[in-house]
Design a binder for this molecule. Sequence first.
Ligand SMILES: [Zn+2]
Length: 377
Amino acid sequence: MCTQNNISKVTKSECKKQAHLLDKLELNTEFFLSKSHANLHKHCHTKAKSMHRNLTLHSVCDDPERRKNYRKAYHCSSEALERDGILYIGKCKKRHCIMCQHIQTNDLINAYLPSLKALQEEAPLFMVTLTAKNIKATSPKALRDEIRLYNKEFTRIKDNIRKTHSMTLNGFKKVECTHNENTDEYHPHLHLIIQGQAEAELVKAYWITQMKKRHGRNKVSNTGQKVVILGTEESDLVEVFKYATKGSVKDSEQAKAEDLMFGAIEGLQIFKPIGKVKRTKRTSEEGTAGIKADWIESKNQNFKWNTKQKDYLSKEGLPLVGTQAIDELIEIKATININVNYQANGRKTIQSGSGQRNYSISSIPNGSSNVFIQSNG
Ligand SMILES: [Zn+2]
């Protein structure tokens, strides 16, 4: 039974969850004037997220150099210059900038995927995860030293396998680090793509014996190391190109841990090809190409980022993307979607923050995003 007490409001965040689904399904045809327009809309939201991340990291960081880098990342892509129908947006190339991370991931995929696929045609590829005991790190240096130790041990493994077994390792290496909020411990680890099962198993075995021998019996556990065969889909291989840290800054403790991790990996090589894996040469257009501004009239204009509107504005104050209007349309569409589903099913299940609850809709004011629904959960 519905009572007045359990009447709840569909919040913007619930609508956004619906909008997120729509985002994937049908936005190109309904809300955007071209593919580039849709991509730039997505970019605007990523920029807003990246600004929030870097502002938070800046507020908890006490290292002047890193603070400077967070500022640079905060201001990344603050201008869009339209020249002859192409938009050029500057990049900061910092690791903690979400937009530049995305670009780096794409660059790595383009650069190394062909070589890894060729390797996989010769013999199966395996994902090897090498871990050790979590550490308490009070400074970026302490964590960096630990990561360096892992890299050193891996180099030793490669040499041992070559000398003792006459095998050369081929594949790819990535350094990753996560933080456990409950224990305030850091978990640096290596993700490797290794060609051949015998080679992958040898890497794992050497890691366990070497780490125990050199750093104590409790340094690694036998169960913490993994060897998993990789599928042949592109999505199976690209996992290794993802960022070194998660970059979440939902509270200041998490932000402090992220800042420490970013400090630790500063100057370290995160991604490294192994053996005969080579970078595919870039074409001359890659990296310099702009975005086709095919939904606006070309006037060789400059646009400046406006945080409030999550958009680039012309000198006259006109939005380049129309982020706010599009977001409102998506919200309206989401509420209509809820209503349509309700009419079809009598009841609509919405995932809310506290778990799944059943709702039935009592009224939808025309054109308003404040939809009132009654909770039966
Ligand atoms: Zn950037």
